[in-house]
Design a protein around this ligand. Structure first.
Ligand code: SF4
Length: 337
């Protein structure tokens, strides 16, 4: 059980200690209610089983509850995001008393974000007027009706801060593909954060992520390769590479077309090793994937099997190190549940 504390001084003390203890796990900011803390407006929680049971052993969580940090207790009155029709500005208003908490949540958000350690990702509770990333109901200031959805006020500040790490609405964790993408992004960010600022290390990282990157944006693989080449200022090189790498994998999602393209490249490694029958079989699998008859996971497993059985050692070591095949610990694979 994660003990949640309400005072700033204690929270800052905990984070100061956390920053000093070397950790070998990714650091994730998380809405405290998703971990089972009774901090919601109704006095309850919003425990997410995957976050609490499956992800928890692999990461260091940094729980926050912006509304508790603002000094509101639990239980408390329901809050709403009100969108001004003319300016488009959002406010956080109590439904009955109409008390405006906008300034308070904005100040609390700034304080939370500046006191946290360097994170590798953020998971925020769906539908909340503070934490929802894309699922907070937006109420029209003129009609009083909810006519849209978007970010809650804390989530908006996380997004506006332009962090390199990924931020996800817990509602998207129900979809396997989003969950897989999020965990990939978290682990890539974690590895980049730990990377020694040396050109040779950046090049090694780039080489290992080559085919995973190609699934996101084939043309940008070369651009990133240029950033990974020689530099006089290796610290700046690392920061520039990290920013561009994370933008690439966050802004460009893999598609079937891009994935088939990657497999055609990988097929090139097997030119001399496969019989005509084996090659035909692999091409059939790629076509089956294209036609939604087999999953992407099956295609990955077929390729992994071929690498084990057919390549000479040098090529095999290179391909086996490709993050495409193992971007994060196997236990975390959403395809297993
Ligand atoms: S959604 Fe956010 S503000 Fe609401 S209870 Fe959970 S952590 Fe607190």
């Amino acid at each position: 059980m994660y003990m949640f504390r309400l005072t700033w001084s204690l929270m800052e003390f905990v984070y100061t200690i956390a920053m000093k203890i070397p950790s070998h796990k990714p650091k994730i900011g998380v809405s405290a209610c998703l971990l089972g803390e009774n901090v919601r407006y109704d006095g309850g929680h919003f425990r997410d089983k995957w976050v609490s049971n499956h992800l928890a052993p692999h990461v260091d969580f940094h729980p926050v509850c912006p509304e508790m940090m603002m000094g509101l207790g639990s239980p408390r009155e329901i809050l709403r995001v009100i969108v001004d029709n003319d300016s488009g500005e959002t406010s956080l208003i109590e439904t009955k008393s109409k008390i405006d908490h906008t300034q308070s949540i904005n100040e609390a958000s700034k304080k939370i974000l500046s006191s946290m350690p360097e994170l590798d990702g953020f998971i925020l509770a769906r539908k909340s007027p503070s934490c929802g990333v894309i699922t907070a109901k937006h109420y029209n200031s003129k009609t009083g009706y909810a006519d849209g959805k978007g970010a809650g006020l804390f989530a908006a500040q996380v997004l506006d801060s332009n962090f390199n790490f990924p931020t996800i609405d817990s509602g998207l964790l129900f979809e396997t593909e989003y969950k897989d993408l999020f965990v990939k992004q978290v682990y890539a960010h974690f590895e980049l954060r730990k990377l020694v600022a040396k050109t040779s290390e950046i090049q090694r990282f780039h080489s290992e992520y080559k085919y995973l990157l190609m699934e996101h944006h084939p043309a940008l693989v070369k651009e990133l390769g240029k950033l990974a080449s020689k530099s006089d200022d290796e610290e700046k090189q690392k920061q520039d590479y990290m920013k561009s790498f994370m933008e690439t994998i966050k802004n460009h999602r893999p598609t079937k077309k891009k994935r088939v393209n990657v497999y055609q490249h990988l097929l090139g490694y097997f030119k001399k090793d496969l019989s005509a029958k084996e090659k035909e079989n692999l091409l059939e699998k790629m076509e089956a994937y294209r036609q939604h008859k087999i999953s992407y996971q099956t295609l990955l497993e077929v390729m992994d099997f071929l690498i084990d059985g057919h390549l000479d050692d040098r090529a095999k070591v290179y391909l086996k190190h490709q993050k495409l095949f193992k971007p994060y610990p196997e236990d975390l694979s959403p395809y297993k549940f």
